[in-house]
Design a protein around this ligand. Structure first.
Ligand code: IPT
Length: 935
């Protein structure tokens, strides 16, 4: 049992305020309904703009709140949440929802922040996580996974019977946040309708009364089953779309997997882009920055905006908003490594990127302009240039139009101009437009913009607010392009250009403003029969500087978390550096993160203050490393009397072992991380080689000792059988043949073979064929000449009650608690940078004293050493990932909560070397430094 001397990550002190429903959820128990246009909350239409977040990839409750606040500040009104069965269940019948697994608390946070939730409990989730979310113990359960086979049915019902009640009590229909329930995940190869029907039936029986959805996948021929009708049908059938595929090494390619326009899959339900690509896995080790580029702002503009107009979608789930870290043994090893940054809008270390800016531009617009929740195809303005494509939808009740303007050829980055002849609800207008580079615009016509009437605009709307009896609206366009905005008035209004260059004219009730998008222009318009308007006209970049929180517009900070109050605005905001903060509100005073700051009123009617930036921080060097030998198990005299005897002759696995006994780690209850084997035999003096087969998952290795002598290592196999129909079985997975040095074995003498096998995580079951996820881990064959070998096996000692089932494997330091802060390494030697083949441990401590009111995300960087080795990194006992000297990842996130920002931290490194190696000295690297933070 691991000693409980560690510190658990932060539940902020103080009582829970309880669900504080978002603005449009003032009604305690609304009904969630839908029609072909949109979801409705008590009859009020909602455009669901949600981003995917994996709580299991961020083991810190304090950072859940931080990240959810960032997601909300990007203009999202919802999050899509997978729930990970295997993360909560170390063995059949055992479930844990405490600490970093406390999803009830996660859902409470979404309620406090006013974010809707699409709950996605699987049972299967894919998500590039071990087993695709299936617990590894399921390998020992007979019956095809993701089917209505009785063995599997009993298993998944166990999970649903625990997760469903949690989701049920957080439904929007009970004053909570959950607005939809997604059954299974891309279920289409194994078309077992009874299984799908049972998932829905169990959800309903548990009290799920929000719409049930499904994310259907791929236009590929296999994925044909239509889950919108018949047995197992769901209410709202969505589509998963990854039009850019995962071509990160070549980020300028477009549309590898098609045009990416989400189709209507259910006739009487809204169009749902269930998982729409918002990043990519780094399949080819190009690095996540390339994935971010592949799915960058240009792509987002063209593809996301098309979804709204071409397909009329009103439900969106962007995969991922924040990817996080596949810490511990969370990764599914064939596709990902520790970092699950995903090239997302918010980086693994919670930094905001240009993709975040684009989400904010689109998200604020879509959640501001209510007519977009109900639109039909409509005739578009005529374009004078065939290279400039227009397409439109209109709201049948208000007549409001939304027009998509893009290149006719989606892939071009040409610079094209056209004149639009636009029949708008308020009259006919002729306006110039320009599409410069890869771009797409959503233009409005006939829109009631607060107390104003927008006739047409070739600028895009960011958002508008009403405060103190006037409207503030932000419009924007690409830098250097021309913009035209026409507003309607009963009589000639008074126009005052406060800054920038804006030409205005008035005729027939139309106030026409002409300008170039350049910096930020400010125009005050009053009289004309309407309340005053402050119109802010900016570039894309200027638009991205605005934040909207609680109907207050703020400009100048790096992030705004909330803005509350009337006469004094209380801002919770982050700043990367000192600078001006501008708040568009009729208030008199301002506080920033709890402290009053001096503010003056500007000619724009806003409040302007100067805020200080963060103080510089100093980080300690990591010194005084100590080391211990890591493979005493290899010595013949090692006491393995308490290890498990490995003598099974049968297995549930569809993969049959090459030799007996069955040595699959999972069959003996060792599901994660390393396992040790010790085999004893009596030598006949004739043995020449040790012949092994092991399956580790991609990039895994195993190491072999005979009578204490290191014989070498070999690459573990990925799988014995390809797991899908397209690849033939592999009878020789992960082979290793080790020559026995002469004299090492003596006829008639006992011998000890020791094998350490890595387990990089379990394969997924994407195609629902079972055989892939049931691939064994560990030894699948072992022989030494004709010797009869008796075996013992040892993996993780017990499940860490705080860190969960995926934290530890069976390395000596894991079994004896060397990873934990409470362990004393006084007897260890000072460490050397050279390491010999085998396994060893390194440990050090460091103290931090980061300022309380600053957010300084840290990573641990491994410099390039020499030789082939890998390191499993434990921070205060938490397994934060695996560094491979062969790459690609060198920086490892140390999330606050696991990291003590003020106090002592313990680092323990398990080093596994395949050859003589030199390990470079790891360093602490600050990723950013902001004043503020989610405290
Ligand atoms: C889609 C899965 O639903 C999701 O879990 C994740 O694995 C994602 O892919 C890739 O990151 S499947 C889609 C690629 C066909």
């Amino acid at each position: 049992m691991v000693a409980a001397t560690f510190w658990a990550p932060g539940s902020p002190a103080g009582a829970e305020a309880g669900p504080e429903a978002g603005a449009d959820r003032a009604v305690a128990a609304p009904k969630i309904t839908y029609d072909k246009y949109s979801l409705m909350v008590d009859g009020k239409r909602v455009l669901l703009w949600s981003g995917e977040f994996h709580y299991f990839r961020l083991p810190s409750q304090a950072l859940w709140r931080d990240t959810l606040e960032r997601i909300k500040a990007a203009g999202f009104n919802g999050v899509s949440l997978y729930f990970h069965w295997g993360y909560h269940s170390p063995k059949q019948g055992v479930y844990d929802f405490t600490g970093v697994r406390d999803v009830d608390r996660l859902l409470r946070m979404t309620e406090e922040l006013g974010l809707y939730v699409v709950a996605r409990p699987g049972p299967y989730i894919n998500a590039e996580t071990t087993g695709g979310g299936l617990p590894a113990w399921l390998k020992n359960v007979p019956g095809r996974a993701r089917s209505s086979d009785p063995g599997y049915t009993a298993a998944y019902r166990e999970w649903l019977d625990r997760i469903n009640p949690i989701i049920v009590r957080h439904q929007a229909t009970r004053g909570g946040s959950v607005i939809a329930y997604n059954a299974e995940n891309e279920y289409a190869v194994n078309t077992d309708r009874a299984y799908m029907a049972d998932i829905s039936a169990r959800a309903r029986a548990a009290g799920i009364d929000v719409p049930i959805t499904h994310n259907q996948c791929c236009d590929a021929a296999d994925w044909t089953t239509d889950w919108s009708t018949g047995q197992g049908a769901v209410d709202i059938l969505g589509v998963d779309d990854y039009p850019q595929a995962f071509n990160c090494p070549d980020p300028r390619t477009w549309g590898t997997w098609g045009t990416g326009v989400t189709e209507r899959r259910s006739r009487e339900a809204p169009v749902y882009a269930a998982e729409y690509q918002a990043g990519a896995i780094d399949l080819n080790d190009a690095g996540y920055e390339k994935c971010r580029e592949l799915t960058g702002p240009d792509y987002m503009k063209v593809y996301y905006k098309s979804n709204l107009v071409t397909s009329g979608a009103t439900m969106f789930g962007y995969y991922m908003a924040y990817g996080g870290t596949s810490w511990g043994w969370l990764p599914q090893p064939n596709d990902v490594y520790t970092s699950y940054d995903y090239g997302a809008a918010i980086t693994e270390n919670r930094q905001l990127t240009t993709k975040y800016d684009e989400f904010k531009r689109q998200g604020l617009f879509l959640t501001t302009a209510a007519p977009l929740t109900k639109t039909d195809p409509a005739s578009a303005p005529a374009s004078s240039n065939a290279a400039v494509h227009t397409e439109a939808r209109a709201n049948p009740d208000t007549g409001t139009q939304v027009v998509l303007v893009r290149h006719a050829d989606r892939t071009t980055d040409a610079d094209e101009s056209a004149t639009l002849t636009w029949t708008a609800p308020d009259g006919s207008y002729t306006v110039p437009v320009r599409v410069k580079g890869r771009d797409a615009k959503l233009l409005l016509a006939g829109y009631d913009m607060g107390g104003q009437r927008l006739a047409v605009s070739t600028s895009e709307l960011l958002t508008h607010t009403e405060s103190g009896g006037r409207d503030v609206a932000v419009l924007y366009g690409k830098e250097g392009t021309q913009g035209t905005t026409v507003l309607r008035y009963a009589t000639r209004p008074t126009v005052k250009v406060l800054s920038g260059s804006v030409q205005t004219s008035y005729a027939n009730g139309n106030l026409t403003l002409g300008y170039d998008h350049q910096g930020l222009a400010r125009v005050l318009i009053s009289d004309g029969g309407r309340r005053p308007l402050l119109l802010l006209l900016g570039t894309d970049a200027e638009a991205a500087k605005f934040w909207r929180a609680d109907d207050v517009l703020v400009r100048g900070t790096s992030l705004v978390r909330s803005a509350k109050g009337q006469s004094t605005i209380h801002l919770r905001a982050d700043l990367a550096k000192a600078g001006d903060v501008e708040v568009f509100a009729p208030a008199r005073g301002l506080t920033l993160n709890g402290k009053r700051i001096t503010a003056r009123r500007t000619p724009s009617g806003s409040l302007l203050a100067h805020a200080a930036g963060p103080k510089a921080v100093r980080l300690p060097e990591l010194t005084r490393w100590r080391s211990a030998e890591g493979a005493p198990e290899a010595k013949p005299g090692f006491d393995d009397s308490r290890w498990t005897v490995a003598d099974k002759t049968t297995t549930v696995s569809p993969i049959k072992p090459k030799t007996l006994p069955v040595l699959y780690a999972d069959d003996y209850g060792y599901h994660h991380g390393h396992v040790w084997y010790r085999g004893r035999f009596t030598s006949d003096g004739q043995e020449k080689t040790v012949d092994l087969n092991a399956i580790t998952g991609r990039k895994g290795i195993y190491q072999v000792w005979l009578n204490g002598r290191y014989l070498g290592s070999a690459a573990g196999g990925v799988q014995a059988d390809a797991g899908d129909a397209s690849t033939p079985p592999n009878p020789d997975p992960g082979p290793g043949h080790f020559t026995i040095p002469s004299g090492l074995l003596k006829a008639g003498q006992p011998a000890t073979l020791a094998v350490l096998v890595g387990n990089m995580g379990h394969n997924d079951d994407w195609t629902a064929e079972d055989v892939r996820q049931k691939q064994p881990r560990g030894l699948v064959g072992a022989s030494v000449g004709d010797a009869a070998i008796t075996w013992k096996i040892q993996g993780a000692r017990a499940t860490d009650p705080v860190r969960g089932p995926l934290n530890n494997g069976g390395l000596i330091g894991e079994r004896l608690g060397w990873t934990l802060p409470g362990y004393s390494d006084r007897t260890w030697r000072p460490a050397q940078s050279t390491i010999t083949p085998g396994s060893s441990w390194l440990r050090t401590t460091f103290n931090l004293d980061l300022p309380k009111d600053q957010d300084v995300p840290l990573t641990l960087r491994f410099p390039q050493g020499s030789g082939k080795y890998r390191v499993i990194l434990f921070l205060n006992g938490w397994n934060m990932g695996q560094y491979l000297s062969t790459g690609p990842q060198r920086d490892f996130a140390l999330p606050a909560g696991i990291l003590r920002e003020r106090g002592r931290n313990t680092l323990a490194l398990a080093v596994i070397a395949e050859e003589n190696a030199t390990i470079g000295k790891p360093t602490l690297v600050p990723v950013a430094n902001h004043r503020g933070g989610a405290r």
